[in-house]
Design a protein around this ligand. Structure first.
Ligand SMILES: [Zn+2]
Ligand SMILES: [Zn+2]
Length: 306
């Protein structure tokens, strides 16, 4: 695990784990960043799946802190690669409560639907990749909504509701450092590519809600942006937010045109690769999951209109 103190008392813990068997982000291991907020009322932001959570507690001990002091575990959303370790963590940590948006709570107190959805997207070996998925007992859950304030590490943070990537996605705004912990809600920023991925996922991705969340994040004018998979973006978050807005809209236009013209998904995937890469044959992975996420959304919209 890589550790960096990004603000006084705030540590970014970064690791790669497992394999992205759905090809949502990479054709190899998942990258994941967790933040440990030290001080009074210590917290873990975007704890990740259980395999990451185990490493995280070891690393916190090595930093000289006692993980048993942790009071809040705050995933940006319920997906197993972000919140899947919550049940395991509250079992391990005597004081910890897990914080979810109200819409996500039922999926975490009973994880049956989440486990089944994860199996459908990542395949039967999903538990080997992410580790066990334990439910969070109801008395260890804190349910939040837009605007709720939390004291983490003795400093004020605010919940920002950012649905689209999932129906329950939240960001956390750190008022001291003017930093937005954006989870997966503002897309994904790969170090080798200057254009971000849209905040897409399978099977459920709400394009319009994502664009709305992206715009609301920009209105906060954060000085720093902290996306969960690749971690700290140092400078000019406004550029990153503009870029993800544009990518999310323009990929939608490509897919909508493809649907209108009866283009095959394979051909749309070539168009998406050509959008990202000057040499599409040198793309880092298949963009078929991206195409499918958009197609699912527009087909849902179409059914709703009929
Ligand atoms: Zn997700
Ligand atoms: Zn994610």
């Amino acid at each position: 695990m890589n550790v960096e103190e990004i603000f006084p008392g705030v540590f970014e813990l970064h690791m790669d784990y497992g394999r992205d068997t759905a090809g949502l982000l990479t054709d190899g291991a998942f990258p994941h960043a967790v933040w440990y907020v030290a001080g009074p009322t210590p917290a873990l932001l975007d704890p990740g799946p259980t395999v990451v959570a185990k490493e995280t507690l070891r690393t916190i001990r090595e930093l000289g802190y006692d993980p048993n002091d942790i009071e809040y575990v705050i995933p940006s959303h319920i997906h197993v690669d972000h919140g899947g370790g919550s049940g395991w963590l509250v079992r391990e940590l005597p004081k910890a409560k897990a914080v979810f948006h109200a819409r996500g709570v039922p999926y975490m107190t009973d994880v049956t639907r989440l486990a089944e959805g994860t199996r459908q997207v990542f395949g039967d070996e999903w538990e080997e990749v992410f580790g066990e998925l334990l439910p969070v007992p109801e008395d260890r859950v804190v349910s939040v909504e837009e605007g709720v304030r939390l004291e983490l590490g003795g400093r004020p943070y605010r919940v920002v509701f950012m649905p689209g990537h999932s129906l329950d996605h939240i960001g956390l705004y750190d008022e001291t450092n003017e930093a937005l912990y954006s989870g997966h809600g503002l897309g994904n920023y790969m170090p080798h590519r200057f254009m971000p991925d849209p905040p897409m996922t399978l099977p459920y991705f709400d394009v319009a809600a994502s664009i709305d969340s992206i715009r609301r994040a920009r209105d906060l004018k954060p000085r720093y942006l902290l996306p969960a998979h690749t971690g700290f973006l140092a400078a000019n978050p406004a550029f990153a937010i503009d870029a993800v807005e544009r990518v999310t809209i323009e990929l939608g236009e490509i897919i909508q045109a493809g649907i209108r013209e009866g283009t095959s998904q394979e051909r749309m995937e070539e168009q998406v690769r050509a959008y990202f890469f000057a040499k599409p044959d040198k793309a880092d992975r298949s963009y078929l999951p991206t195409v499918q996420a958009y197609v699912n959304y527009y087909e849902r919209q179409d059914r709703r209109r009929k």
